[in-house]
Design a binder for this molecule. Structure first.
Ligand code: SAM
Ligand code: SF4
Ligand code: SF4
Length: 334
């Protein structure tokens, strides 16, 4: 096990398998920036599944137990289930999850489950087609995402978590509807404060609907009680309905930062390791992979990178509002 300079172990690896997406969520890949002339990573620059699995094995040796596949839209990467099966075979990896916009999930849920995927998180920002279409900005219909969620639950990729980014002026009026739709289904909605990731989404503090406001909106109608985290370093604050209809989460990365227990590393689709979601620069692991470095040499790099880590961007942002260059979320994965 390795610890960073603030004593945090590395437990959780998020792997972006593509920087491409079929949505243009305004808070993530705004069309004005990610337009038809935007140049995505060429295929040769993406890590192959073999390269990803080799790195994942080395991470597992150093304490990583959980892997989350993300992007971009991870289900755009062809044969993703092959990667899932390769990761499943690694000793020490106890949990493999996927974050997806759900657009291709109905088709792929069964093969992902068969390959060994444990869980999915599906992003869905509204149940109203007009609001959702404006947020995904490609007019993608709500029903097809709901079909994906149903398919995931049917094959046992559960409990399904549903991520809703709440942005003032766009969908804050849908918080209660979303909570009520999924109450009693066993699915867990997680309301996410709109974050200042990347440099293109025009983030402003007054667009943030705070976790406190979200909990009040739901709790006024359906009383809620806070419950302890399921494991140390969990990002969502958990709340349960007092009448037993299940639980929800809120991810308050803006108003209640959780860097203190942050054990997450992120690997971009082209093999750069980021030790913080708000990192400006990554550490290139593809170059050593492709120039014949041994496992021991790459492992030594991992230890050095994590051992030097001091990231706590969200806490610093709250303390002193730095305006630092930041990498885009669609590139390193949410
Ligand atoms: N395309 C997949 C999806 O949307 O689920 C996976 C990648 S996406 C970058 C991962 C998560 O990050 C999604 O739940 C998305 O809603 C969230 N996200 C993206 N930009 C965000 C922002 N500015 N603030 C908060 N969450 C954001
Ligand atoms: Fe695509 Fe996910 Fe970003 Fe939306 S949040 S643009 S679905 S990567
Ligand atoms: Fe972890 Fe960086 Fe997020 Fe803090 S800001 S919780 S260190 S990823």
């Amino acid at each position: 096990m390795i610890l960073d300079r603030l004593g945090r172990p590395i437990r959780d690896l998020r792997i972006s398998v593509t920087d491409r997406c079929n949505f243009r969520c305004t808070y993530c890949m705004p069309k004005e920036v990610f337009g038809s002339d935007y140049i995505f990573l060429p295929r040769a620059e993406l890590l192959s599944f073999e390269e990803i699995a080799r790195l994942a094995r080395l991470f597992a040796v150093h304490g990583v137990q959980k892997i989350r596949l993300t992007g971009g839209e991870p289900l755009l990467r062809r044969d993703l289930e092959h990667l899932v099966a390769m990761l499943r075979a690694i000793d020490g990896i106890h949990d493999i999850a996927l974050t997806t916009n759900g657009s291709l999930l109905a088709r792929k849920a069964q093969s992902l489950k068969d390959a060994g995927l444990d869980r999915v998180t599906v992003s869905l920002d509204s149940l109203d087609d007009t609001t959702f279409g404006a947020m995904n900005d490609v007019s993608f219909p709500v029903q097809r995402v709901l079909d994906g969620i149903a398919a995931a639950a049917a094959v046992g990729l559960s409990p399904v978590k549903i991520n809703m980014v709440v942005k003032r002026g766009q969908n804050e009026g849908d918080v209660l509807t979303m909570a009520e739709h999924f109450r009693g289904t066993g699915h867990i909605v997680r309301f996410i404060e709109f974050m200042d990731v990347g440099q293109t989404n025009g983030w402003r503090m007054d667009h943030v609907v705070t976790a406190q406001e979200i909990i009040r909106t739901i709790g006024d109608v359906h009383p809620l009680a806070e419950i302890p985290p399921a494991y140390p370093g969990e990002v969502a604050d958990r709340w349960r309905y007092e009448d037993g209809a299940g639980e929800i989460g809120v991810i308050a990365s803006v108003t209640r930062p959780f860097c203190g227990a942050c054990s997450r590393a992120r690997l971009s689709a082209d093999g750069k390791l980021y030790t913080c979601l708000f990192g400006a620069t990554g550490h290139d692991l593809r170059a050593p992979l492709r120039s014949g470095a041994t496992d021991d040499e790459i492992a030594a790099q991992l230890r050095a990178i994590w051992g030097h880590r001091i990231d706590r961007y969200s806490e610093l942002r709250s303390e002193e509002s730095p305006d630092l260059p930041r990498v885009e979320m669609s590139y390193i994965g949410g």
